[in-house]
Design a protein around this ligand. Structure first.
Ligand code: GCO
Ligand code: MG
Length: 446
């Protein structure tokens, strides 16, 4: 028979066991649940231009000490409009919300303006979205790529920009990238006296019915085809060549151009058409197999869905913050995988290092990766953004630290405010673009 002492010992033992059990369960619950759900305490904007391009970074601060995150919302031509979209509209809407409900917050932000899918609002939403992923990575003490299922490749294979006023200058620039170990190079050449895209105009002048910058598509197309010929001769067939038409030709010219460029086996021809003319991709597809990339100007699913489902492009090239951030971008690339379309996220200088970290994260986690556009970070940019992704021999590596692994030095950021490094028209237009016209004065898409 158990005497009272034994019973007491048993119950104390049982109580002890219960205590330990409870503590163990609480530990598991906490591990499963992660730390308590952080609430959004503040949403602020870091507006900086260390490389002379206006960058918008959103900082979301939580009610847990030291737990905050950064996100990119850079629309450089209208950066000053993204700032109040965040401060005046998203901040009051988000304060107090649970920061770990990323998908829910994305949809709440997206629907909160009723009218949606525009470049300004999508960038504002993206800044918050990427910041919430940063917070979740910091909370989980792991890089964001681990939250997306881990790496399917070690790093992102990138392309560098080679350009010049003349063919030999572009080819020399291409050789520089190849010497650094790059396997992909984008080649652009100037059109004498004209405002070509991604290249220098040289010192020739052209007669026009106006005194502003001039561009004539037919001249450009001939120069570009010659560039491809000269580049293949000088660089060989192994190097992957890319070219950005930047929607500078008429739709039917794009059909001709893609056909005539087929023999040069470009890795891709980008933005041969503007978003308004994407129906012409069907004609290009019927005429040739030049690989096509499109997307940096896209804001809405209505733009990219038909091109992907009808396999009218080979590479989707969205500007991640322009579609609303990491949350929509990872869905786009998963969707594209079903149709054999690969990624080539838009990665020029008007994406902040946070935005670059987000797209490299997509590059190393999505099976259907194509190539990544590379933009080097200058010293000032690295002063402001500590922990930038690292480039080695043409491969861009994500940071292995939690979240995006980047800390923003806000004091340094303030040293390079909007307007820093801007001159002439760019300064007058607050980072916006001026106009380019045909000889007869017709405005062109830039
Ligand atoms: C690219 C783009 C850029 C854009 C720029 C707009 O392919 O990198 O076309 O050069 O023109 O990002 O601000
Ligand atoms: Mg482009």
């Amino acid at each position: 028979m158990l005497n009272r002492r034994d019973l007491l010992k048993l119950s104390v033992g049982a109580f002890g066991l219960a205590q330990r059990e409870l503590a163990a369960q609480e530990k598991i619950a906490r591990a499963v649940r992660g730390s308590p759900s952080p609430k959004i305490k503040d949403v602020s904007v870091i507006a900086t231009a260390p490389a002379g391009l206006r960058l918008v970074v959103v900082k979301v601060t939580t009610d847990q000490d030291g737990l905050y995150g950064y996100g990119c919302g850079t629309f450089t031509q209208r950066a000053d409009l993204v700032v109040p979209a965040v401060e005046k509209y998203l901040k009051p809407f988000l304060i107090g919300k649970p920061a770990d409900r990323i998908e829910d917050i994305w949809n709440a932000n997206y629907n909160s303006s009723y009218w949606r899918n525009g470049p300004v609002l999508n960038n504002a939403i993206s800044g918050v979205d990427q910041a919430l992923w940063d917070i979740k990575g910091r909370q989980a003490n792991m890089p964001v790529y681990q939250l997306l299922g881990g790496k399917v490749r070690e790093a992102a294979d990138c392309y560098g920009h080679a350009d010049g006023a003349e063919y030999h200058q572009t080819i020399d620039a291409a050789k520089m990238w190849i010497e650094q170990g790059f396997r992909f190079v984008r080649v652009q050449v100037g059109v004498p006296g004209m405002a070509g895209y991604g290249s220098r105009r040289g010192d020739a002048t052209v007669k026009a019915l106006h005194s502003g910058p001039v561009f004539e598509p037919a001249v450009y197309v001939r120069r570009a085809l010659k560039l491809f010929e000269e580049s293949r001769k000088a660089l060989g067939d192994d190097i992957e060549l890319l070219h950005d038409v930047h929607e500078r030709v008429s739709p039917i010219q794009a059909v001709h151009f893609a056909k005539d460029a087929e023999k040069f086996n470009l890795f891709f021809m980008e933005d041969a058409l503007s978003p308004e003319d994407i129906a012409y991709f069907r004609l290009i597809r019927q005429q040739c197999a030049t690989q096509l990339a499109m997307g940096e100007l896209f804001n809405s699913p209505h733009e990219w869905r038909p091109l992907i489902t009808e396999r009218l492009i080979d590479f989707i090239r969205i500007h991640v913050s322009q579609c609303g951030g990491l949350s929509p971008a990872r869905k786009i690339i998963a969707f594209a995988e079903q149709f054999g379309v690969r990624s080539a996220w838009h990665g020029p200088g008007d994406v902040s290092p946070i935005g670059h970290a987000a797209q490299i994260t997509l590059d190393v986690t999505a099976p259907n990766f194509g190539v990544q556009e590379y933009s080097p970070f200058n010293e000032r940019t690295q002063e402001v953004f500590q922990g930038c992704p690292v480039m080695k021999e043409g491969y861009w590596y994500v940071n292995e630290a939690p979240g995006w692994g980047i800390e923003v030095d806000e004091k340094a950021a303030a040293k390079y405010p909007f307007g820093f490094g801007e001159t002439g028209e760019r300064k007058t237009l607050n980072g916006g673009w001026g106009e380019i016209r045909r000889k007869d004065g017709t405005i062109i898409k830039q």
